[in-house]
Design a binder for this molecule. Structure first.
Ligand SMILES: *Cc1c(COP(=O)(O)O)cnc(C)c1O
Length: 384
């Protein structure tokens, strides 16, 4: 057979999928989408955002994940992004224009601050900061805002925000509300049902759950917002890998079981740490002593495994030495996987409201799937 003929055989031969009825979502890869004839090709621009036209804009694998997330969030449509951070930035770029103002809670995921100070500013979009638990600090900006961003609980210090109250204020002034729901995932909280217009998840965290994929999602409550998102994503050239979506689709299947286990273990740890004399206090919204505990009870159906604790004052070297005593917990950022992680964090530079945040030695903990007793022993070594 001539060499060119073999290329043709390779290109046209595919095994039949007939009879292969798998439980797993197939991973469809592809850039080119074939069109059956001249007419369907030249009119491909008429295909809607949810029809197939080019691999970048969607495959059956990516669309399956979009549909599952839309259902879990209770929205009308979902867009996927290559990271949780890019889901946030894409949502903002889709709804903000030059001259607009966006309000960010001072507890916002820190890279969003950098995005606001660099990219948003470059395009003439102003950002202002408010106290996540004092809505008077938000109300002063209401007549200027286009978007209120919410992150509940907030990064590191875990303040729960009153999403329904913020949405009432926003509706009166025709302001959009977007929420980073990564701590809870849609399994523990549904911000769209609480009144938000846009919800973002870092799928990197609980929904994938194994520290091996980076992906984000944006789910919206209206078709109008969905159109804006799709237009923005198309103009940016935003797309995601079907292989990454496969990993999240697999992660979602056991996410409820993982989160139930992780949430219960985290509470056991948080309560033990709270009683330890080396600890000033624990920042976990499900603890009754936590300041926004009642808001958490109203808006969440459970708690996940990410919380922080504040050590009593001690020399830097003594604090640093604690981390070398760990046998089970690992040191690392990101969170939501099966292995418990600890990280020293310092929220102080980014906290200005209510007198600022004084404590220097804060530890963030992401609980994994290890046995609670093993983790308790490790944490007791750390705190000793
Ligand atoms: C990790 C994180 C993100 C970003 O997710 P990536 O996929 O790592 O970009 C967004 N929000 C919060 C609250 C996070 O902790």
């Amino acid at each position: 057979m001539a060499i060119q003929d073999q290329t043709a055989v390779a290109a046209t031969t595919t095994a039949s999928i007939e009879g292969f009825d798998s439980l797993s979502v197939p991973t469809f890869r592809g850039s080119t989408i074939l069109y059956p004839d001249y007419q369907s090709f030249v009119s491909r621009g008429d295909r809607g955002f949810n029809e197939y036209s080019y691999g970048l804009h969607g495959t059956p694998t990516t669309n399956t994940l979009r549909q599952k997330l839309t259902g879990l969030e209770g929205g009308v449509d979902t867009l996927l992004a290559p990271s949780g951070l890019m889901a946030i930035t894409t949502a903002m770029l889709a709804v903000l224009e030059a001259g607009d103002v966006v309000a960010l809670p001072e507890t916002v995921y820190a890279p969003v601050r950098r995005f606001a100070a660099t990219t948003l500013r470059k395009f003439g979009i102003e950002s202002v900061f408010y106290d996540p638990v004092d809505l008077a600090t938000l109300e002063v900006y209401l007549d200027r805002l286009r978007l209120i961003w919410v992150e509940s609980p907030g990064s590191i210090t875990m303040e729960v925000q009153d999403i329904p109250a913020i949405c009432v204020l926003a509706a009166r002034h025709d302001i959009l509300v977007g929420c980073d729901n990564s701590w809870a995932s849609p399994l523990l909280s549904k911000p769209l049902e609480l009144g938000a217009d846009i919800v973002v998840e870092a799928l990197t965290k609980y929904l994938s759950g194994h520290s091996d994929v980076l992906l984000g999602s944006i789910t919206v409550r209206s078709n109008e917002l969905a159109q804006k998102l799709h237009q923005s994503a198309r103009s940016l050239g935003l797309g995601v890998s079907p292989d990454d979506c496969f990993l999240v689709l697999r992660g979602v299947e056991a996410a409820a079981v993982r989160l139930t286990h992780i949430g219960a273990t985290a509470l056991i740890l948080a309560q033990a740490i709270e009683r330890h004399p080396s600890v000033e206090h624990v920042l976990h919204p499900a603890l009754p002593a936590f300041p926004t505990h009642t808001l958490w009870k109203r808006q969440f159906s459970g708690s996940s495994g990410l919380f922080s604790f504040v050590m009593r004052g001690e020399p830097e070297a003594a604090f640093a030495a604690r981390f070398s005593r760990l046998n089970v917990c690992r040191i690392g950022a990101s969170w939501g996987g099966v292995q418990t992680l600890l990280a020293p964090v310092d929220p102080a530079p980014e906290r200005t409201f209510a007198g600022g945040f004084k404590s220097k030695h804060v530890v963030r903990m992401s609980i994994g799937l290890e046995a609670a007793d093993d983790l308790l022993a490790d944490v007791n070594r750390f705190l000793a």
